[in-house]
Design a protein around this ligand. Sequence first.
Ligand code: CA
Length: 339
Amino acid sequence: MKNGTVGATPNGFLNWKKPMSRHKPTKEESMKRLKNQMPKSGSLPIPNESSKSTGEKDSMTIIMVCFSCLFLLLSALAIPGAFAQEVETAADVKAQFEKDKTGTNPVNFTFDARLYNEYRWLNTAGDGGQNITTFEFRAPFASGKWQFRGKIRAVDLKADFNDDGTDDVDEFGFGDIDLRIMNIPYFNPKKKFAVALGVEFFLNTASEDALGSGATTVAPLIFLGYFNPFGPGSIIVPGYQHKISIDEDDGRSQVHQGLIDIFMVKTWGDNQFWGFIDPQILLDYENNTQFMLLELQAGMMTDKYFGTKGHSAYIMPSFGVGSDRPYDFSLEVGYKIVW
Ligand SMILES: [Ca+2]
């Protein structure tokens, strides 16, 4: 859930089918697989050449079990009200939300424009890199009860899947477009607890096959917001999003995936600085694979330097874990305006 959520969810599920043997595919085979197994918006289908070793499988299982325990523990720890330091009224909360222009609170529906660039060092046999430039816009509607979010992206993808020194894909163009609407059906300021429900649509808009999923996908999501678990300005947001495609291009796979994540954010210095950690598990039910991503973000308001209002900047490294990970490491920098 990239930044505020399932909302903060990384667009980047893969649905590449792993080869059954250690046989190194030819370029033709790689391209065929590429055509058959295009990834989600903005993500690369990575053919992972090496078979998963038992050790890797075991360590992945251990990591997943640990993650699930952490998920349950944090959910239990953050029992509504357990860490409440003072009773707050809805008006107090509203005032706090209005003061916060960091754009990190997923249930604070503001107008919000973001431009960010991510570079991924891909988990390919040869060299692979993917640069994604995204423009994102969020707006409240229906008297602020609902939030719209849209993302449009340009993708530059170069990858050598079989390590023969030649790029098997080298494309630049528009990626898929994501649209999401979200609502907060339950919000209790005294218990410092909220529930968010939403649905996201991944549209099959990529200008080149390799730059999109080749499918139209619907993804309902739920997340819970526990406020002030680590003192004022902190939030824990466990969430789940289920993606299932309703239409695919010829030769492209069904998308059927789940994303579990725990977004944990803290702001400091009167909402001038923030940091978040967002561990995520991506479960590909279609291909029976899974991997983890760990996103870490540090951000700050830039208003006092630029004389602006509601402007901020951030940097976000991200790590891929597991043999089916799409990338080893990625680095994103972004600029955001909240009003
Ligand atoms: Ca190659």
